[in-house]
Design a protein around this ligand. Structure first.
Ligand code: ZN
Length: 238
């Protein structure tokens, strides 16, 4: 029997979100043979406060940067949905679009942000686009992708229901799973470097420090943290 590679779908609001949040894990999963798809919901055109900035040009630049970063990590497929950056809402229309993608790609694992996260520490308000993207993704996974009567138009288009097995929530309010990224940390930094219009990781030391700090909770030298939902229970051993 030909082994089926695991399919992983990562859904984020902005170009560069996946590199910051899950870049080390993505590279590791790619190395382990998974087939990875990124869906980037917005066009990233609010990624500059420069008066007179050509926003179409910026969106095109950011798409190119995102493709380059994905290539560094080993992500085969990058899809851009082109929603306006900065005003994203978790609408039924967005949920339908994500449901279509899930039913089409049929991933084993979906990765997204935490829809419950409003405040991180005392210095960062979570971007509302991140919350909207995460909420639409979580509810596309369940119940929309798996429930036949939801979005009957998708059935008409030929998209049968699909049960995602695992949901990985990054930057979660409560993490319970730590992925060792020591072997892929330098590639995460190299991927961040591709987002030239947004971030200069310098020598990358802050990324290493951040991964080391995250790893402490699980006694790992470098890690990214997730909350993992197992949506299909393993059969009970006889
Ligand atoms: Zn973002």
């Amino acid at each position: 029997m030909i082994p089926t590679p695991m399919r992983i779908l990562c859904v984020y609001a902005h170009p560069d979100d996946p590199e910051f949040s899950i870049g080390g894990s993505v590279a590791r999963w790619a190395d382990e043979g998974a087939l990875l798809t990124y869906v980037i919901i917005t066009d990233g055109a609010a990624g500059s406060n420069q008066p007179g900035q050509d926003l179409r040009e910026l969106a095109e630049t950011r798409a190119q940067e995102q493709r380059a970063a994905a290539a560094v990590l080993g992500v085969q497929d990058v899809q851009f949905l082109g929603y306006a950056d900065g005003t994203l809402e978790s609408t039924i229309e967005l949920r339908r679009t994500l449901t279509r993608i899930i039913r089409q790609l049929r991933p084993d694992r979906v990765v997204c942000g935490d829809p419950t996260a409003v405040f991180y520490g005392d210095g960062y308000i979570n971007h509302p686009d991140h919350r909207a993207a995460a909420e639409a993704t979580v509810y596309a996974v369940f119940p929309s992708a798996v429930t036949r009567p939801i979005f009957p138009d998708l059935l008409t288009e030929g998209y049968e229901p699909h049960q995602v097995r695992e949901l990985y929530i990054s930057s979660a309010m409560q993490s319970d799973t730590y992925i060792d990224i020591s072997a892929t940390l330098e590639r995460k930094i190299e991927a961040l470097r591709q987002h030239k219009s947004q971030v200069d990781p310098g020598d990358g030391q802050w990324v290493r420090d951040w991964a080391a700090e995250t790893g402490k909770a699980a006694d790992l030298p470098a890690a990214e943290a997730f909350r993992v939902m197992k949506l299909v229970q393993a059969p009970v051993e006889a």
